[in-house]
Design a protein around this ligand. Structure first.
Ligand code: ZN
Length: 516
């Protein structure tokens, strides 16, 4: 919307009469944009469309966005007066995205988005100290379009923000008072500066935020990198930063961060599709109320992309459509549509070891044969890597491979089930299993992908997964951005802090830093 309610209320026929032609035309254009937008909203509500109800003005809600990240506590609503009184700031009885009136001035029309009728209190208690004051004034008149830069405005509302910022050689908690001003134009219109509020991914971005960008970034780090639940994050911030934030506000901050980086998904998908060598792997991922979900990882030299999905076949097909590189994966069916594939030898080796350790003599023999083959193959590949590039090992190995293939054929249908299964696995995926002989620089194992998943598997044990589809999506988005930044040698926390600060100012999201 171009015009705020506050501006619209001031515009009447008498005001229009007073405006010059050019100003009138400019104002008409704004009114037209707003009218069309309002019409569209009228015609498209959750009652007659497939939009989830949360898309309807989420800032009107009195509870945080519905998203659920992993954590061992339910996504609770903001609770009144949780904090011990001696802490630097408190998330009082009002919502995080609700304005706390500025102490100095009396607002003309106090606006309290999301206020519950009869709810106690009108704002957070003022903090005991304020480290900085940031004033936000309107740049131009919303009515006639005249510049208001340099005008002396007056604060009509404001809020306090607690942030975690670089200061000298270290970090410090800063409390910033944001003042929003209104200015009277010569035309008689009073224009108000308002915080930027955007809705992305069904989550509100910006607004009257208690938690500053640096502190949101720290929360994401504590949640995803250090695997703390929201209650543990709350405890950490209280014990070490002397800041008390409700778990609801922590939850909302994590959801906002995920929504802010959501548009990066496209960039990550393109990087995956264009890659020359891609590792893929999957691990079970529980989501409340949904069964057989998987966490997928797709990882290249510079990009890491995660998804939580139960439709793996579809995911792999869509994501790898047009992919012409080499894919390293396990033998799962969905990967077999990819033309150039490598199979992870570590998987096959583990299965062969199982056979070698079994009590069945035939299985033992076959297992030991595979282990010996694996040992020789690995040695040859490592040796070739030291030599000149572009040398294929395949011709020199062809005879040995044919002999092994005959052994697999003989073991197919063997009464020892696992022996039969391993022989069939080799035969079914023969080219992928031995493709590494064509280019010894290709990897022998899928360790890259397995290592990436290991971090989240530990998180899964702690958190028991996610609770909602949106929570799963947010988790995968943040995990992708964090690991991609790390892989490219950049700080994910610096990227997130900047991204959050920019989006809250209505600026574009910057692309992810490129690999160094
Ligand atoms: Zn004006």
């Amino acid at each position: 919307m171009q015009l705020s309610d506050h501006s619209l209320r001031q515009i009447d026929e008498a005001y229009l009469e007073r405006l010059g032609d050019a100003a009138l035309r400019a104002l008409s254009a704004k009114l037209l944009v707003d009218l069309k937008e309002a019409r569209e909203r009228l015609n498209q509500s959750s009652r007659n469309s497939s939009l989830p109800p949360s898309r309807e003005a989420p800032w009107e809600k009195t509870r945080p966005a519905d998203a659920t990240m992993e954590g061992d506590e339910p996504p609770e609503a903001r609770v009144a007066a949780e904090g011990p009184p001696e802490t630097a700031t408190a998330d009082g009885p009002t919502a995080e995205d609700e304005p706390a009136p500025a102490a100095a001035t009396q607002p003309l029309t106090p606006k309290r988005a999301g206020q519950v009728k009869g709810a106690p209190g009108h704002g957070r208690p003022a903090p005991q100290r304020v480290d900085a004051v940031e004033s936000h004034g309107p740049a131009e008149c919303a009515g006639c379009g005249a510049s208001l830069v340099g005008h002396i405005g007056r604060a009509y509302t404001g809020y306090y923000e607690v942030d975690w910022v670089r200061e000298g050689p270290g970090w410090a908690v800063r409390i910033i008072q944001h003042r929003f001003e209104e200015s009277l134009c010569a035309c008689g219109h009073v224009t108000r500066a308002e915080p930027v509020r955007i809705v992305e991914d069904d989550v509100a971005i910006g607004g009257f935020r208690l938690v500053g960008p640096g502190l949101v970034s720290l929360m994401v780090a504590l949640s995803k990198r250090y695997r703390l639940s929201r209650m543990r994050i709350q405890e950490f911030l209280h014990d070490w930063l002397a800041v008390w934030i409700s778990t609801g506000a922590i939850h909302a901050a994590l959801a906002e961060a995920a929504a802010i980086v959501a548009p990066l998904e496209e960039e990550l998908v393109q990087a995956i599709q264009r890659s020359e060598l891609l590792h893929a792997d999957e691990t079970p991922w529980p989501e409340q109320g949904a069964s057989s979900l998987w966490l997928w990882v797709f990882i290249t030299g510079h990009t890491v992309l995660y998804y939580v999905s139960h439709r793996g076949q579809e995911l792999v097909r869509n994501l790898l459509e047009g992919f012409v590189g080499v894919l390293m994966s396990d033998g799962w069916q969905a990967y077999r549509g990819v033309a150039r594939r490598l199979r992870c030898w570590a998987h096959l080796k583990r299965k062969a070891q199982g056979l070698a350790d079994s009590l069945n003599p035939a299985a033992q023999g076959f297992g030991q044969e595979v282990l010996a083959l694996w040992g020789d193959l690995r040695e040859a590949v490592h040796k070739a890597r030291e030599g000149p590039p572009g040398v294929t090992l395949r011709p020199a190995w062809e005879q040995r491979l044919q002999a092994f293939r005959a052994r697999c054929e003989a073991m197919r249908g063997h009464s020892h089930a696992k022996t039969h299964a391993l022989a069939v696995e080799f035969l079914n995926d023969w080219e992928a299993v031995f493709a590494v002989l064509e280019n010894p620089l290709w990897p022998l194992t899928n360790n890259e992908a397995e290592r990436a998943l290991r971090h989240w598997v530990i998180l899964r044990h702690i958190s028991h997964g996610t609770r909602t589809p949106q929570g799963s999506r947010h988790f995968a988005l943040l995990a992708s951005v964090i690991d991609t930044c790390r892989r490219r040698g950049h700080s994910p926390w610096e990227y997130l802090r900047t991204a959050i600060a920019r989006r809250r100012q209505g600026l574009d999201l910057l692309p992810l830093p490129l690999g160094g």
